[in-house]
Design a protein. Sequence first.
Length: 458
Amino acid sequence: MVPVSDAGCVIGAALTAPGWICDDSAIIITIAAMLAIAACPSLLFQKLLAAGLWLIMLASQVVYVVLPLVLQPPCQSAEMAEIRRFRFLPAQLCWRLLPSIGKFHYSLDVKLESQFIGQSGAFLDAVERASRAASMNRPVLVVGERGTGKELIAERLHRLSSRWDEPLVTMNCAALPETLIEAELFGHEAGAFTGATKSRTGRFEEADRGTLFLDELGTLSMGAQERLLRAVEYGEITRIGASRPIRVDVRIVAATNDDLPALAAAGEFRADLLDRLSFEVITLPPLRVREGDIGVLAEYFGRRMAAELDWDRWPGFANHVMDGLEDHPWPGNVRELRNVVERAVYRWADFENPIAHVQFDPFDSPWRPRPPEHRRVSSTAALSAHAPDNTPAAAMNLDAIDDLRSAVDAHERSILQHALGKHRWNQRQTARALGLSYDQLRHCIRKHGLMEGQEESA
């Protein structure tokens, strides 16, 4: 393993694959240096990299081929084949990397969101499993809650496979009605149904020799599942209205947040299709169990939003805000965390002080519209089923309290921190919101040492 560094900062690592035939560490170091340059989203570095690859190719031919032939006697044909096999290796690697640099640079520029950020063991294990499965030309099923990054895993499976330079076609199975999803997947001939005025290729044909990513797989109809099974099993599809099958070479990556084995047991999903798609199943952990990742992700999204707002510096988050982020259940996972953090940064105008307030529910307002009378009962039941428990017992572990005064002081401090941050340290508004007089609030601030601008960033 060789670190991949950019300007003295380690941004990754280059690992030799199993079966690596050359033990020359200089080659691995050269590749790591090229990857570091390629990872910098700059057109200038792209051009420098391309020029550098050409120079490395020429130098490798001189150093590894010309000089040995000049300085040593002629070899037998078998020995010459071995020399060419090993000594042309740097040039061959550069030659293979050269056409991919432009595509890799484009991917970095256009899809800056396609990044894996995290350090928890559960998350890294899932990413490693995806990396290992990428080289296998087999179906992969990605399972996880909403917002956990299933599409990023699908893209990783494609980019690290031998099909990386072929199409990656994405289809959300839940976005189309049942009557159109088969035509969208497999295509149709002219006159196959009302409105089909001309032939149309389906997603399978578009993804030929590449990868087809099927999101929300559990919403497929039974008819579409039967056609999909034949495509996976035999590599053949038949357009709607056609009589002859079409051969396709497509790798299937599917994603779902449903319990497919339970659906199969209930007869709502084909068990034989599930068997064919589950060669490898990658289950992504929810954000609430990714130890240490909430702070890392919040810092990343916060800094990026501050740069978008042209802030001169990044003030960080106040301690009580970071505690709130860590304690939130995050039902929307990383997608929800990003929205919460970016909203908090853009609403916080004072970048000289740490961000002291976040709003987890953007719809929370005293003027929030009330549902109609006929929906009020069902809405109340739904909210009570999904709303977090805000009782004191849920906020802290009451059984662990062995000092009542300290526990009360800590709870009072948390309330003050939240209210002051919410009202941007306007003490008169904060006092009015908490039902205190201005003098009473000032006394509480002095009691708990909460002076404006003295909170440490998280």
